[in-house]
Every structure is written in C-alpha cells, then in structure tokens.
Design a protein around this ligand. Structure first.
Ligand SMILES: *Cc1c(COP(=O)(O)O)cnc(C)c1O
Length: 366
C-alpha cells in the first residue's frame, strides 16, 4: 500500500544530522557574563577594521562585490598568494559546506577524526554522503588511522589543524605524509582556523602543500585571531581547478559588504594580529600551568583555548555550574565524545585569573 505523504520530506541523511549547538552565553540574572565558549578574541577587532565600517551605511542598497576582489587582493598581498586562488565565504563554515556540496554526492564517504570539529559530519550528511570517523591517539589526529579509514568511496578528508576542541596539532611532516598516502582523487581539506595562534616550529598551515598538490585546500577564518566573528567572514586557498568548481556553486553574493571592508583592513593590520598572538601566547601558558598545578589534565594547546579534563562527568558538570553561576561560560564538549571536559577560550587577564581562582577553590586548593 502506498503511504500518502502528509508533508515534504528532507533529502536522505538530513534528519540524521544533530544540529550544531553554538557556545552558550546565559548566566544568572544580575551576573556579568564572560563568554569563553566560542573561541572569540579577548583582544577584539583591529581599530582599522572598525574604522573601515564607518561609511558602510552610505551604500546599503548596493550589492557587494560578489567575487570579493579587494579582500582577496589584501589576503594575497599579506600571505604572498595569488588572489585568483582564493575564495571568500560567509565564515569558513560556508566554505566547508560549499566544498562538501561541490565534491560529495549520495553514496560517497568523507573522513574526519574522532574529536574533530563537529561541523564536518553536518556538511557531509547534508551533501548526502556518509561521515567516517578515524580514531585519534592521545586526543590527536593520527595519520595512519586516517589513511586506514579511506576506502574507494572516500572523496574528502577533513582535518582541523590545530583541532578544536582538543587544541592538539599535527606537524607539517605528518600532514605531508597524509597527503602522500591519499589517492590523487581524494580532496584533503586543511581547516587552519587557529593557524595564526600556533607557535610551534614544526607547524605550517598548509599554504605550500596547496601550492604544490592538486588535491589540497586550506580554509582560514577572520572569526578568531581577527576578532570579526560577528561579521561572518572566512577564506579558502585552493588549486585553480577547485576554485573554478567552487565558484560555480557559491552563492553569488555570499560575503556581505561590511565583512569585505572590515576583513581587508584587519588582514593588513599586522600589529594588531601580533598583539593578539602575544596575549594568547602569554595566557595559554599561564592558564595551562595553573590548571595543571591543581591536578587537572590539560593537553598542550596550539589554539586560543584549552581543553580541561576533569576525568569525571559529574565533576565536570559541577565545575561548569559553579563557573556559570559566577558568570564564566565555558563550553561543554560532550557532543565531541568528551563528556568529562570543558573547553575554555583564553580571555582577558582579569577573566583568566578569575576562572583559575574559581577552579582552584573548586578543586580544594584554596
Ligand atoms: C571556529 C572554527 C571554524 C569556523 O569559523 P567561521 O569562519 O566563524 O565559520 C572553523 N573550523 C574550526 C576548527 C573552528 O574552530
């Protein structure tokens, strides 16, 4: 018997998606909120980016430049890249989604790592494909496990380097080994959202790899180091054939005019970037040391956040409740398979010190 549908049904796979839950910001009434749940910049945006927005209101009736040419030229100038090999997006999330839509179809597989960024399985399923999880080792992506997860159906491998929410990273030698082990027709997407923060001699975001390999792309964002999360703006560097394919699918005006202007000013403000990196370098060290001193397990983080491992889900919930009560909103990461962990974004000096003091008290050290 044919069942008569009562309403339109989404495409296969869509209802298997668990919607992305953004970092919270709710605290008790009367308490000042400090949001440490979405890896936003405690330093804020460059004054030059703010100034660039001053006259945006004069031309709100005009569509933005659909190709974001001036912004791609600014990025190209600062990073030494050909602007023709850059695609801008409404946040790098937009570019991850665009890449999945362009390269995946029903029946395909795409690989991501065990505690990889949660937007990957969403974009994979939305494209009708199947996410395949590669186990990590010590909360770190593992090249042999990723290669072992690749089958004849694999079309994309997503790798966040450094990874969110673990903060762990792969040295460029391992990323190269990964690329070398992949079939030529599998696209390697290097999500380098935190690249600017990394102070490790063995790290590279992947620019050289993109330049020399036809199956590697790199995504970057203005949401983290540049403090422009509100505007939604990211970019992708890719071989010409990939740029050509993505530009056929991309929304014609996917990046708004305000974001284009602010981002071009932000990427050119190298002093502001340097100040933001310096603040993070100082505080990621201090927060990591202070929390390790009170018995918490903190994996070394190359990003602008730390993963705090309580080793026990009940204790983690209690710590989260205690911090929220005081206005400090961290991120539960149970959806990443890390139910005993909180992720803390590095904040201002005052906020970092307050969270450390509260956790010292919680752990019975003061
Ligand atoms: C924050 C983040 C992004 C998303 O950045 P937007 O440009 O704001 O969309 C992408 N990947 C990772 C790993 C992130 O942590």
């Amino acid at each position: 018997m044919n069942r008569v549908p009562t309403h339109p049904a989404p495409a296969p796979g869509i209802l298997d998606i668990a919607a992305y839950v953004p970092g919270g910001s709710t605290v008790p009434a009367g308490v000042e909120p400090h949001k440490l749940s979405s890896n936003e910049s405690p330093v804020g945006a460059s004054p030059a980016a703010r100034a660039a927005l001053e006259n945006v209101g004069d031309a709100l009736q005009i569509y933005p430049d659909g190709s974001a040419r001036a912004l791609r030229e600014a990025i190209g100038e600062v990073h030494g890249l050909n602007p023709d090999n850059i695609v801008c997006g409404n946040g790098s999330d937009d570019l991850l989604s665009l890449t999945a839509t362009t390269y995946l179809k029903s029946g395909d597989e795409a690989v991501h790592t065990e505690h990889g960024f949660l937007y990957y399985p969403i974009v994979i399923r939305a494209a009708g494909a199947t996410p395949v999880v590669a186990r990590e080792v010590e909360l770190t992506a593992h090249v042999d496990n990723i290669l072992a997860a690749v089958t004849g159906r694999t079309r994309i491998v997503f790798l966040a380097n450094p990874n969110n929410p673990t903060g762990t990273w792969l040295p460029i030698s391992e990323v190269r080994r990964l690329q070398a082990g992949l079939p030529r027709d599998v696209l390697l997407v290097l999500d380098a959202a935190y690249a600017e923060y990394v102070r490790k001699n063995d790290y590279e975001a992947g620019i050289e790899l993109v330049s020399s390999c036809p199956n590697v792309v790199m995504t970057r964002t203005f949401s983290k180091i540049h403090g422009l999360a509100a505007l939604r703006i990211g970019w992708l560097y890719a071989p010409t054939h990939v740029v050509d394919a993505l530009n056929r699918v991309r929304g014609p005006f996917n990046v708004n005019a305000a974001a284009q202007l602010a981002a071009a000013a932000a990427v050119r403000d190298r002093d502001h970037v340097a100040r933001s990196v310096l603040h993070n370098e100082e505080w990621i060290g201090k927060v990591t040391d202070a929390l390790r001193n009170i018995g918490l397990e903190i994996p070394a983080s190359a990003g602008n956040f730390v993963l705090i491992r309580f080793g026990d889900e009940t204790m983690c919930s209690a710590a989260d409740a205690m911090l929220t009560e005081r206005g400090y909103v961290l991120r539960r990461v149970a959806a990443y398979g890390l139910a005993d962990c909180l992720r803390m974004t590095i904040g201002t000096q005052q906020v970092n010190e307050a969270v450390i003091a509260a956790l010292e008290e919680f752990m019975g050290w003061s």
